[in-house]
Design a protein. Structure first.
Length: 351
């Protein structure tokens, strides 16, 4: 039986202070947050309270050893003002999969869903209609021992915060295919939503930005021969009329958007191959004209089209395409998320 969540409401909402047509993704947060602590071997004291700073000591283990994981998910509002989550069971499974890899206690499913639905319901006015609009939801866990000992923390803090969301990318992307830096190595934590995975990307991505690229396509750490992910997204390649994406391994995140797009593609009769793709195969396809599309897929960005890539000084530009797979799949996905299209796979979860 789930623990009872203590709820303290804010006195005055800040929702009217925000211009919903003019803000950047992830920079504005809603009125409330969820907080729960792992103490004495169990999760305790779950509460929803006004969004506010938290207090930790300088010796908090997360600050020294990076024991932190997170998830990213969204809530959507349909034309009848009903609010829906999209495949929250996948996020719950993945955060606990990440927890196991990072030696963090797993979170109970009943408390996760209770906290998630109560918080989103309280914040439902922040979920707006319109193209690209949603409520981004960020569950996360940090190690919270006050001791600088290089061992797993005994105490943890689980939180959920929410941010109104709009379109993440508003243009097609130009990317650099990595030939030196790596996102993750086999045997590591690449498949987990570990905070440090993202910090490690910042430097090579900044170098790519300085050269005029928006993101990096990561390749395998051993030989840099195989294409893995794009920035913070899974990646798809359309060669002729076949959609290709890398298999999930211990270096590749099992993306919820990725697996949803694969299913939607199959539902629409599109050939999908889940296989390793070499950089040289991609370049040859670009040279002979069989490479039609590249796009990234993730919760924040949904589907982001890529119109140019460079590898070892060779730049390849993709032609504009009518009736692209990227647009078709995105339209289908968003239609399901926002309750405009039939949900044949029971992915929607009503709040």
């Amino acid at each position: 039986m789930s623990q009872k969540i203590e709820i303290t409401r804010i006195e005055k909402s800040k929702i009217n202070d925000l211009d919903f047509n003019n803000f950047s993704f992830g920079s504005v947060f809603t009125d409330h947050m969820f907080e729960c602590d792992f103490i004495d071997g169990k999760w305790a004291n779950p509460k929803i309270k006004p969004y506010q700073p938290i207090s930790i000591e300088p010796s908090a283990s997360v600050l020294h050893y990076g024991q932190a994981i997170f998830e990213g998910m969204k809530a959507y509002k349909d034309k009848n003002d009903e609010v829906w989550l999209f495949r929250p069971d996948q996020n719950f499974e993945r955060i606990n999969k990440s927890a196991v890899r990072m030696a963090i206690p797993e979170f109970p499913d009943d408390l996760f869903y209770d906290a998630l639905t109560k918080l989103v319901n309280i914040e439902r006015d922040w979920v707006k209609h319109g193209d690209g609009r949603s409520l981004y939801i960020r569950p996360f866990v940090i190690g919270n021992d006050y001791a600088i000992q290089a061992v797993p923390s005994k105490n943890y803090k689980f939180m959920i915060i929410c941010a109104p969301a709009t379109l993440y990318y508003t243009k097609k992307l130009k990317v650099l295919v990595a030939d030196k830096f790596s996102r993750a190595a086999s045997g590591g934590v690449g498949y987990a939503k570990a905070a440090g995975n993202y910090a490690g990307q910042f430097y090579p991505t900044r170098l790519a930005n300085d050269e005029g690229f928006d993101q990096v396509i990561w390749t395998d750490a051993n030989e840099h021969n195989y294409l893995e992910e794009a920035g913070t997204m899974n990646i798809f390649f359309r060669i002729n009329d076949t959609l290709i994406t890398a298999p999930t391994t211990d270096t590749i995140l099992d993306g919820v958007t990725r697996k949803s797009l694969i299913q939607i593609a199959k539902d629409n009769g599109i050939d999908v191959e889940i296989k390793k793709l070499k950089v040289d195969e991609l370049k040859n396809a670009a040279k002979n004209g069989s490479l039609k599309e590249i796009f990234g897929a993730g919760t924040a960005a949904v589907v982001s089209q890529i119109n140019a890539f460079q590898h070892k000084g060779e730049l390849f530009e993709l032609n504009e395409l009518d009736n692209s797979y990227a647009e078709k799949l995105k339209s289908n996905l968003v239609g399901i998320q926002t309750n405009q299209l039939a949900d044949h796979h029971s992915w929607r979860y009503k709040v």
